[in-house]
Design a protein around this ligand. Structure first.
Ligand code: NDP
Length: 331
């Protein structure tokens, strides 16, 4: 087995300057966890862009290899839970945060982070979903558990052209929901419609509602990836009894709120986390993604890139210019 491998490393060049380089690393530099995995595919997520650009809330020490997603084959496992050659997926926990991540040809992780790739899903397909697909499925599941039904009316999806947004649109549409895609990129109208959106809404049109205590009911339910005032705008624009699944902060972490929508319209604000979700629950969602929820056009739902192209795209993501999913082929 080769002792060196290729990885993306983010470097702090001075106090406020970060850059990414493709480097050769030694396997001996990886942490000594139970499972060594040869990564076949990874993907780019918003959190990877934060890590690669020095966000200390995500990654404390640099140089560092980002990559919260990885799919590949087991090289060795001291816990003996996996066989050499098993296809596996790792998403979330500390991968790519303060543990060297999936934007590299090898990762070393605790067995408690590793999922056997469900049958019906290749490593490539698993990483087209990645954390974005997993999170979108969790959001959709939360809405379903709160009683959402297609006949309730439109479901708004914010950050519509992003990874979670595109996946959520496709999944809701597959389940028969009418989706209103809320985006800052009206030029992506055709892409959003082809994913299954029945309406495309200018994100700026929500801004005028931010200062109002309540808004006219517009949507039955929503999936929110933006946070900030957009989140509360969705909450106060729901029909009676509606729900918002909140998973992101692409706009901001804080928002101003009041209790009116909750006590007058009976609405639900539902939190979604894919990172620390117990492995047993993650397994169930991956089974859904490989089975009943498998998207018909999954294979073509990402732009496949090389590791060398990742730095440029991570910068596009941090600047809000991402378009859908980016699949990174390793090796
Ligand atoms: P992407 O970068 O792929 O997409 C984010 C989208 O949000 C952009 O394409 C853009 O869409 C919109 N956007 C970006 N910046 C801004 C801004 N400043 N103001 C308003 N809109 C903006 O990110 P992901 O889809 O990977 O992640 C989305 C969010 O979900 C992130 O905050 C991420 O951290 C979070 N997340 C949370 C998870 C969890 O477990 N809770 C897991 C995965 C992600 P458009 O132009 O169409 O409006």
């Amino acid at each position: 087995m080769t002792e060196t491998f290729t990885a993306l490393q983010a470097y702090e060049t001075n106090e406020k300057n970060f850059e990414q380089r493709i480097v050769q690393r030694e396997l001996s530099e990886l942490p000594k966890h139970e499972v060594l995995i040869k990564v076949e595919y990874s993907s780019l997520n918003f959190k990877d862009a934060l890590s690669a650009n020095g966000n200390k809330g995500v990654t404390k020490d640099f140089p560092h290899t980002p990559g919260i997603d990885a799919a590949g084959v087991v090289v060795s496992d001291s816990s003996e839970q996996f066989q050499v050659g098993d296809s596996v997926i790792v998403t979330g926990y500390d991968l790519g945060m303060n543990t060297p991540g999936g934007l590299a040809e090898y990762i070393s992780v605790p067995a408690a982070w590793v999922i056997a790739t469900p049958s019906g899903l290749s490593s490539r397909e698993a990483m087209i979903y990645g954390t974005a697909g997993l999170t979108a499925a969790l959001c959709v599941n939360k809405l379903l558990m709160a009683g959402a039904k297609p006949e309730d009316g439109d479901v708004a999806v914010t950050g519509a052209t992003g990874g979670v947004g595109t996946m959520a649109i496709a999944m809701l549409s597959k389940l028969g929901f009418k989706v209103a895609a809320v985006t800052g990129k009206l030029e992506a109208n055709e892409t959003l419609t082809s994913l299954g959106a029945s309406k495309v809404i200018d994100r700026n049109s929500l801004d005028e509602l931010a200062a109002k205590p309540m808004a006219k009911p517009q949507w039955a339910h929503a999936v929110d990836t933006l946070g900030g005032d957009y989140l509360f705008t969705l909450v106060k624009s729901l029909h009676y009894g509606g729900s918002v699944a909140a998973c992101g902060l692409a706009s901001a972490a804080n928002f101003k709120a009041n209790v009116y929508p909750f006590i007058i319209r009976n609405v639900n604000l539902l939190g979604v986390d894919s990172v620390e979700l117990p492995l047993k629950e993650k397994n169930k969602v991956w089974d859904l993604l490989a089975g009943d929820l498998k998207l018909p056009n999954l294979g073509s739902m990402a732009e496949e890139i090389t590791l060398g192209q990742a730095p440029q795209l991570l910068n596009q993501i941090i600047n809000g210019h991402a378009l859908g999913r980016y699949l990174v082929k390793l090796g």
